[in-house]
Ligand binder design. Structure first.
Ligand code: SF4
Ligand code: SF4
Ligand code: SF4
Ligand code: FES
Length: 941
């Protein structure tokens, strides 16, 4: 349990600078220069009264409550805006200051409703605290004069209210929205007495630019901006620190609780990934965990035509084991396998892959990360030697040139997107390579220096052309290359990349990006100071996904932009534990720690630890499992927390495979689309119930702590252990800490990780070894993990999926801020208010040609399928390219995506599908009907 209220030092810490010693209330204090007097006092344990200052915002100096006396200076300066000076003598308390502060508070309170007892902030209100601190006992001014007490509330946002009658116009909300979130949705309207906080130009919060991140709510010292959940439940009585289960940023939160009820989620100030910020999903969209749709009891059925039967855990586990064994007896050991989930904890994933290898006796294990970031693992391992990003998020604060390619951080990775925007506002230059005009290209106080609006599928051509410019214009960092990289590989790459076919002028034809723009961007990347690459699924989900990752690594090595703060090559991971699920040995060819199953020494290590023989041959990948299922040789599948029927490409193919199985076991929160084909359903636990760890995009291992008891009565790792045991392989753990201890024993990069160390440090970035006991925020600092960096030849090969007469447009897919993946969680929250359905974005020219108007229903047809969506005419899209999200099963965007995939890893080519768009009047109707659930006597109710 953690304190609900943390110390607020008033202004931010200065971490560098000459130490300055001063005296505050007779105490000697030493702090770095640039520190405010207020912060110096707080660090010495002297809390100066304050209202407009808070330590995650720049000081503003408006409330005047923090005034102090400084020897030799006139007046009473504000301590929040006054920097320390050597030898300064400060008094924070005396009669004069007390009188002045009481006067300030009196003015505030004279225009504030005196309803403390019934106010939702009661007990956790800074205004209330300050009234007490300054000893305010009466207010001489009545409420008869002009005041703001009758101002109407704005209840438009589903998660928080705005009650202007309680506003003290401290501007903390406005500054939070600008400085931290970078949305600039709030202003202070008018002046003097009439000053008022306003979202947009007098709009409601819901109609404004607000993205509902909640930073303003967190910053508000009064009940003006207040979570509706707190209004409903009251203030929390304890809190637990845990980790968001949505995206790969991995934000830390304090779950504020009343017993087993979550009152609110507050981003944790000490969270290594988020430092006190969050987005709408993590802060507000956790209601799915208690949604009525959750299945809380295990269920079985003989065939998918039968209704589900609610049964005891014993019966469900025995049924699963019996069916899996029956398949193996008839079709052989390798006729079964499993898929691990990047939404589950490291410990849960580890036990599933262990069960598959040791109890199933096969390496037929793959992960949903196959369909997103497997090219990252491959590409970075080939070039640098590790399957992970190179930097911590903080590193961007030292970046001068940011290259964002195939990622949309403000929607997909919002907290990091805000950090990126802050760095750009502070002067970093931005290059965006994306077919779509994402928000980063132009948003308040942010403008990309270059938007390379390339055609989907031409990433490699673009990056090769940038490298061509760097090589042919003499911009290579030769000293870095000579010292750190393989000479032969570099020489081969240099002559390859210098060939005219890799020039920007040739690339212009395949990418559609003017050669001059490519040249300018390449020069900026190579010469603009520290340059860092951030990328997402727009890089990996292509037939050349792995080639693109290697092309980025080549660029970074050629310019020496690797191995220190501010540079690097960084995947923005989609799901919360993509990094972890890959680290934990979820690929059919790799044991935990990315070690090949054919390596006898490694296999022996695991065989001895696990007490079971392991197969030296790699198993099936997900697409091979589907093909084998359709071919009749693969008959049993365990799916952990993943809706493959909705998330994998070419839905018709996937469902045909699932329908051909004799035993499908699904472990999930909800009866998802995949469960329609299942024979056994194990109810899963939400992140609020889990005990374990997630690993985020910066290799940061964060603790996930149980906030509420398991609603299903059984942790997922226990179910898996019991299933393995029922299959004849005894597996037992008492706690998840024991699982992590086993991972640490068997995985060199986790050697120094344990729950105890994580609790002490807050989080650790792997590798955590004897040489790096505190973890490794920046990789490859003294040499690449593979020894020398290896340049790889990255031949551009255009995808087969090209526009044609029948399918003249290219469909590309992505995410939106308010939703997450297939939407199973976010659709069960109030986030649907922002995005009730998937939308097809189409350029005005393409729409006009087809007679399509904004809001029309259109049919989207590809070579493999068709679906119906509502069209939105958008100038974000270039002609010839359309875009949609895939958050709603009813539209089933993956009905149209093909099963083309990355040459090295089989990551599907979601980002390029040739389609035709036509007007339609048929709403999509693909919602699968689930068989009814019947409850029978044996149920463990
Ligand atoms: S919720 Fe976030 S985006 Fe909306 S006004 Fe507040 S700080 Fe700005
Ligand atoms: S809404 Fe809250 S944070 Fe914003 S100005 Fe008013 S009191 Fe300050
Ligand atoms: S969804 Fe991502 S950015 Fe948003 S709070 Fe969760 S981890 Fe942070
Ligand atoms: S806290 Fe310093 S002026 Fe408000």
């Amino acid at each position: 349990m953690t304190m609900i209220r943390e110390i607020d030092y008033g202004t931010s810490a200065r971490t560098s600078g000459t130490p300055v010693t001063l005296e505050i209330d007779g105490r000697s204090v030493t702090v770095p220069e640039g520190t405010s007097v207020m912060r110096a006092a707080a660090e010495a344990g002297i809390m100066v009264p304050k209202l407009c200052a808070t330590d995650h915002l720049e000081s503003f100096g408006s409330c005047r409550l923090c005034m102090v006396e400084i020897e030799g200076r006139r007046g009473t300066p504000a301590s929040c805006t006054t920097p320390v000076a050597p030898g300064m003598k400060v008094a924070t308390q005396n009669d004069r200051l007390a009188r002045l502060r009481k006067g300030v508070m009196e003015l505030y309170i004279s225009d504030h409703p005196l309803d403390c007892l019934t106010c939702p902030a009661n007990g956790n209100c800074e205004l209330q605290d300050m009234a007490g601190t300054v000893g305010l006992r009466e207010v001489r001014y009545g409420f008869d004069g002009a005041n703001h007490l009758k101002q109407p509330k704005d209840e438009s946002n589903p998660y928080f209210t705005f009650d202007p009658s309680k506003c003290i116009v401290c501007s903390r909300c406005v500054r939070a929205c600008s400085e931290v979130q970078g949305t600039f949705a709030l202003t202070i309207d008018s002046r003097g007495f009439a000053s008022m906080v306003s979202p947009g130009a007098g709009e409601s919060f819901m109609d404004s630019e607000c993205v509902s991140c909640g930073a303003c709510v967190q910053a508000c010292p009064t009940a003006t901006l207040m979570e509706k959940s707190v209004i409903a439940h009251g203030q929390a009585e304890h809190s637990v620190i845990t980790t968001c289960a949505y995206c790969g940023v991995g934000c830390s939160f304090k779950a504020e609780m009343q017993g087993t009820t979550v009152v609110r989620m507050v981003p944790h100030k000490d969270g290594g990934a988020n430092e006190g910020h969050s987005c709408v999903k993590g802060r507000f969209a956790w209601g799915y965990a208690t949604h009525k749709d959750r299945v809380l009891h295990p269920m079985v059925r003989e065939s998918t035509a039968d209704p589900w039967r609610v049964v005891s855990w014993e019966e469900a586990i025995a049924t699963a084991a019996r069916r899996l064994k029956a398949v193996q007896e008839t079709y052989g050991r390798h006729a079964i396998g499993g898929i691990t989930s990047s939404r589950c904890t490291n410990e849960e994933v580890y036990v599933v892959q262990k069960m598959i290898r040791a109890a199933f006796g096969t390496n037929n294990v793959d992960t949903c990360a196959r369909v997103c970031h497997s090219p990252t693992g491959y590409g970075l391992k080939q070039t640098f030697g590790t399957s992970a990003g190179t930097q911590d998020f903080r590193s961007i604060d030292r970046t001068d040139v940011i290259l964002v390619i195939g990622a949309n951080p403000t929607d997909g990775h919002p907290v990091f997107g805000s950090r990126m925007k802050k760095r750009i506002r502070a002067g970093a230059r931005l290059i965006v390579a994306d077919p779509r005009r994402i928000d980063l290209v132009r948003s308040p106080h942010v403008e990309a220096a270059h938007h390379l609006q390339l055609r989907p599928g031409s990433n490699v051509a673009l990056l090769n052309a940038m490298a061509h410019v760097i090589v042919t214009e003499g911009l290579v960092d030769r000293a870095f290359v000579a010292e750190r990289c393989e000479a032969d590989a570099f020489a081969r790459w240099e002559s390859f990349i210098a060939e005219p076919r890799n020039s920007p002028e040739v690339a212009e034809r395949s990418t559609g990006v003017p050669a001059a723009g490519i040249r300018a961007a390449a020069r900026l990347y190579a010469t603009g100071g520290n340059a860092a690459i951030y990328y997402g699924l727009g890089v990996t989900e292509h037939t050349q996904g792995s080639t693109t990752v290697m092309a980025m690594a080549n660029l970074a090595m050629a310019t020496g932009n690797i191995g220190r703060d501010g540079v690097g090559v960084n995947p923005l991971r989609g799901q919360n534990n993509v990094q972890g699920s890959c680290d934990m040995g979820s690929f059919p060819h790799e044991l935990p720690g990315y070690r090949h199953v054919s390596d006898t020494a490694v296999r022996t290590l695991f065989e001895q630890a696990w007490g079971a023989p392991l197969d030296p041959e790699p198993g099936l990948r997900i697409p091979n499992m589907f093909d084998a299922a359709i071919g009749g040789t693969f008959k049993g599948l365990f799916v952990q927390g993943e809706d493959i029927a909705q998330s994998d490409p070419n839905t018709a193919h996937v469902t045909a495979a699932l329908g051909a199985l004799d035993c499908l076991i699904v472990q999930d929160l909800f009866l998802n689309e995949t469960a329609a084909f299942a024979h056994v359903f194990f109810p899963g636990t939400s992140f609020l119930e889990k005990d374990g760890t997630f690993t985020n995009a910066e290799r940061r291992i964060n603790r996930v702590r149980p906030v509420i008891p398991e609603k299903t009565g059984k942790a997922e790792w226990r179910i898996v252990s019991e299933l393995a045991t029922a299959l004849g392989y005894p597996m037992h753990y008492d706690t998840t800490a024991q699982i992590m201890d086993e991972i640490a024993r068997l995985t060199p990069s986790f050697a120094g990780v344990s729950f105890r160390r994580l609790d002490e440090a807050g989080s650790l970035q792997w590798p955590v070894t004897e040489a790096a006991p505190q973890g490794t925020p920046i990789m490859h600092a003294d040499g690449f993990m593979r020894g020398r960096g290896r340049f790889m030849i990255t031949e551009y090969i255009a995808t087969e999926e090209r526009p044609s007469r029948d399918f003249p447009l290219i469909l590309t897919t992505g995410r939106i801020l308010s939703h997450y993946n297939v939407g199973a969680q976010t659709r069960r929250t109030a986030n649907v208010a922002w995005h009730p359905e998937d939308i097809l974005e189409i350029n005005a020219h393409d729409a006009e040609q087809r007679g399509i108007r904004d809001g029309d229903l259109v049919s989207v047809g590809s070579r493999v399928g068709a679906t119906t969506l509502r069209a939105r005419i958008s100038d974000r899209m270039p002609p010839g390219v359309v875009y949609t999200t895939f958050h709603h099963p009813v539209t089933g965007a993956n009905v149209v995506t093909t099963d083309a995939s990355d040459w090295a890893t089989n990551c599907p080519e979601y980002k390029v599908t040739a389609v035709q768009i036509r007007l339609s009047n048929q709403p999509a109707d693909r919602a699968r009907r689930h068989a009814p659930i019947v409850r029978v006597g044996t149920a463990a109710e």
